[in-house]
Design a binder for this molecule. Sequence first.
Ligand code: BES
Ligand code: ZN
Length: 970
Amino acid sequence: MGKGFYISKTVGIVAVILGAGALAAIIALSVVYSQEKAKNNNNNNVLPTDGGTTLTPPVTPAPSSELWDKYRLPKSLVPHYYNVTLWPRLTADPATGLYIFTGQSTVEFECAEETDVILIHSNKLNYTRQNSHLATLTSVNPVVTAPSVKSSWLQNVTQYLVLQLDGKLAKGEMYILHTDFTGELADDLGGFYRSEYIEDGVKKVVATTQMQPTDARKAFPCFDEPAMKAVFYITLIHDSGTVALSNSEEKESSSVTLDGLSVQKTVFHPTKKMSTYLLAFIVSDFSFISNTIDGVLIRIFARKPAIAAKQGEYALNITGPILKFFEKYYNSSYPLPKSDQIALPDFNAGAMENWGLITYRETALLYDEAFSSNSNKERIATIISHELAHMWFGNLVTLRWWNDLWLNEGFASYVEYLGAHEAEPDWNVKDLIVLSDIHRVFAVDALASSHPLSSKEEDIQKPAQISELFDAISYSKGASVLRMLSDFLTEDVFTMGLTTYLAEFAFGNAVYKDLWNHLQMAVNASDMQLPDTVHNIMNTWVLQMGFPVVTINTNTGSIAQQHFLLDPDSEGIPPSPFKYTWIVPIKWMKTGVEQTPQWLEKESTTNDAMKISGSDWLLANLNVVGYYRVNYDQGNWDRLLNCLSTSHQLIPVLNRAQLVDDAFNLARAKIIPTVLALNTTKYLNNERDYIPWQSSMNNLEFFYLMFDRSEVYGPMQDYLRKQVTPLFEYYKNMTGNWSKVPDGHMDHVHIIPSSPKFYFNDSMVIQVQPYVHHLWNIKLLKMSSFFSIHPNLRAIMYCNAIAAGGAEEWEFAWLQFKNASIATEAEKLRSAMACTKQPWLLNRYLEYTLDPNMIRKQDATSTIVYIANNVIGQSLAWDFVRAQWSYIFHQYGGGSFSFSNLINGVTKRFSTEFELQQLKQFKADNAQVGFGSGTLAVDQSIERTIANIKWVAENKENVLDWFKAETKSK
Ligand code: BES
Ligand code: ZN
């Protein structure tokens, strides 16, 4: 396969016009697949090679009693220092066509327990033999002789380099292991890998790394567990004219001659004591911008044209303030002398918190006023904040093992909002946690297939099990319960505990209970009263899955809790150590006035203050700081609905969003009637705020998914249009008849593009046109007016233009996509191309996702999801994913959420028995291949489909009648 990402215009057009037929594509794919498979098998070969000449005899897989058959390292050896030199080749070997890197490493380790076996992680590395072995061993102490190596081999399954010694290593002594090795600098987005792009018609190659969670072992042999912290002395060899970066600052760089080549040798200062998964090595010809804040050097690196176009400025401007904010928040100064951030053309996750050298995909770091939307900007601010938060929480203090990943990612996912708020105080960005995390994870944590936040250390062993932890529960439930904890402790007490936790474990490791202990110490030092210890309160949220629905009866003052399950008939709920009761903090108000908070510690209790009479209403879970839903007696619901329609501002904005979300979900769980849920949307004609609107749209999206192929669709759209009209008029006024862009970050720009498919009619669309100086006509789109569309509206405009057009429009967008000068623009076009209504274009686009020359690997799964979001593309995408699962799974590794997003994305409309059977079949057919980070998503999808089938059967009539009545009467 060609390696360039961008194809020439002519080749592109020819390829597009010829459009590989499905059959041809399948044949081509199976050829590629068998080649790849062969390649993988080679790489995975247990036979160590030294350039292909000497081979150690294969080792028959031993029974699992051997040390090297266990996934966890023994505790016998503890690394102190590594000295690693790596030389990535940015041009392919002419003989093999492969890109490679070579390396030497020494690791100095202490023997903590006598042993005659050395196990060190190594994956897909080939070793050069020394004295016929894969590594040499010496002792640091001249009076101690190291035992000699008896045999050495690569244990492929558990990813070890194994050395058997002819004698024991002595406890307390230091030894040095030396290796020489080569590896492939593949385009696989993991370990030491390559990223490619075209600049001025020339292909450029970047060598870069992604180590988390278990790929440092693909770059050099190392004790690749987070608790094996060490100091790293890194040297990179690279061509002169290129820049070498790593976690620490450059110490010296000089020209040297190696293998007859004149190259640059850059030596870095030793790192702080750190975990292997946070290492980073990058060689590129990128340029950078920089500033210095209180002695910390801040740099933003990107492709030269991106820096020249000032796309790094926004990131540079906000990094300093966010770093300063976290120093204050943690009461701990930034632990390193520099903070580099780099945008890479190929990157699997969104960003990675390598200590001192954070890597990003381009869309997550680069901003261009002319092309990027407000939501692009928002993502950049929150993702930078998230990664900077890890510099302390995660990097300075690291959880001992991956089972506590939820605390690391959950914490960063909570405080990212605090840091972003500091950078953009006018955005109300903190409120977004309700939509982006709480609502997102409520949807999956209400299923019987959910799981507790915390896993047992012994249950998380294999790399695949570690990858599965990067899910919505770890991130979003983690963030939600930590926000709740910080709220009931108060931010002062929370940060006090955090500060002493960071101080005690700096440069070391901890477990989640260590944080609870420090928070408890802070509680004890305050005059705060809690119903129980931090530990006991949090156990109920961390050790059992799910969350409660708290039911308040304002007639009797009773408060009760119950495990909230989206499908009340779901079976197979695992037993919980707390019998599905939680220690619930309840903040509440009566008719707009906040009351003394209340704790619910048991299944039920009563509070006379919650008895309400007259027209008063009660609202619980103020500002949605609690991780639970609330239900009320019908009378209180009626009074709340009345308040919404008469004076909705009395109810805090986040609670308006929550009332809608709670009502819709309680209805789905058959706790309240669907009509009551629909009634919560009646006040929307008065609502002007973004978050309640978006919450309502997200809930109505479910109706849309279930009914957009049925007769409910028409009346539903009429209703929504009626509700949105006042909002539309409001913005029309605010924008002077669509002649200027509104000022507020969340104004309009957020709301109108988000789901216009439901609630716009053609006349509204035509009215918006002056604002965008554009007609939805592709002929005009092709002219210069293309670029006069406001960035906030581009995504939706492109989508509509492509939906209205045919092949010509699609191909025009494709060329624009390939030539886009900023990744956020390319992203908008990539998503818009999925809007076409032509099945053949959608099918061809699906096939492009398997060719990295057309769609980068990093974008493959999200492109398939874009296609599945299109009502016409959904079944095509599902057929495609089923047919290609094994290939997709092996080729496209697990980015942060890519597999779960993919599976949820292609199945989210499922609501028939037939689709359920297909889904179950898909699970059975691919049991061998596996689903990686999408494992849970498969079960979630099955459960959701079952619930949808029932829901549609039970609700269709009612819903249709309700929409008809609402649109007829007024
Ligand atoms: N540590 C992760 C990146 C990561 C994810 C590495 C999965 C390996 C596997 C990083 O801190 C992160 O969480 N990134 C998020 C962005 C964040 C704003 C939620 C991402 O990449 O989506
Ligand atoms: Zn993170």
